[in-house]
Design a protein around this ligand. Sequence first.
Ligand code: HGY
Ligand code: MN
Ligand code: MN
Length: 390
Amino acid sequence: MWAALAAVGRDPDTGGYRRGGWTPTEREATHWFLDQCATRNLTVESDGIGNLVAWWGPSDAAGVVTGSHLDSVIDGGAFDGPLGVVSALAAVDLLRAEGFEPSVPIGVGAFVEEEGSRFGMPCLGSRVAAGVLPASRALALKDRSGVSLAAALETAGTDPAGVGPSPLLERMGTFVELHVEQGRGLTAPVGVASSIWPHGRYRFTFGGEANHAGTTLMEDRHDPMLTYAMTALAANKQARLAGARATFGRLSVEPNGTNAVPSQVTAWLDARAADDATLESLLAAITKQATERAERDGTTLEVVPESVSPVVDFPAGLRDRLVDVLDGAPVLPTGAGHDAGVFSAAGIPTAMLFVRNPTGISHSPAEYAEMDDCLAGVDALAAVLKDLAK
Ligand code: HGY
Ligand code: MN
Ligand code: MN
């Protein structure tokens, strides 16, 4: 499975994956998933936005769903997302080979646009499915070329009218997502999640005055790039002070000419912290410094939250049950967002398994996990599914 998926959406120059939601490469990965489900005689159900759950099991009752996502960030690694889907299918194979007969159905899920790399909204599919993102807001989201989600769905042959809260969740009695670990927090092959840090995406728009780079006196300028530059430094400093994370990873400059003072800089802040109060105060501190700098530069600043997700503490009972099944596996929090966080917040008993990442690198072509650890992840997931579906 891993070999078949390896080439799908991989950029030959960077070695990174480019599988934005509803792009041809992401659709190819989705078709691969559907083929894998067909080969295994799993019954696939889809919802209006295109989330998929493939069922193995005795009835159409609620069951245990495991899975992850097949989309990627721009130039992402091979493991973030696909590892959870591949491991879920492999765990089903393992349980079948052992002759295990689940007493409740086991579902393998693939959820759309988890990274939000195309439409800017992380966990887009699961948020819509859980009803926390209204269909009207989702369908109006636009990608960088100005294509709306509604138009992208139509191109993919999906009727946007069907987008909304998902019937798939009614059969999701329990959800377990296996994921590659994304820091350096796990030294054992497999761990169990305690919580997901709160995180937010905020659009900072810095407005200035376009002018000639050669003739405009330095003291006459209203340069939004300067306000942005100071804000990026402030974000780094404030995050360090708060033990939090702040990243400006995306920037858009108008008119983006070498010999002109820009008229506008738009920059996206990704900020995360261990608790909601720290995240709020981090954003306030960054915004305060940016505002003060804008006053000095004679520029303007607008800050718009594009998505904010509160902390998710996975239910302790289920978490401890996984730890028991896995003979005392380590428990750790994560700063990465996951569909599991959305489903947990929606009230579905949810847990996560992590597979060791020896370098901690993620959202990068260099993301890596050892095959032995991935196989330990499959064994762990199979043991957990067996326990939950016995
Ligand atoms: O954490 C993230 O940025 C994404 O939701 N995986
Ligand atoms: Mn990711
Ligand atoms: Mn992921």
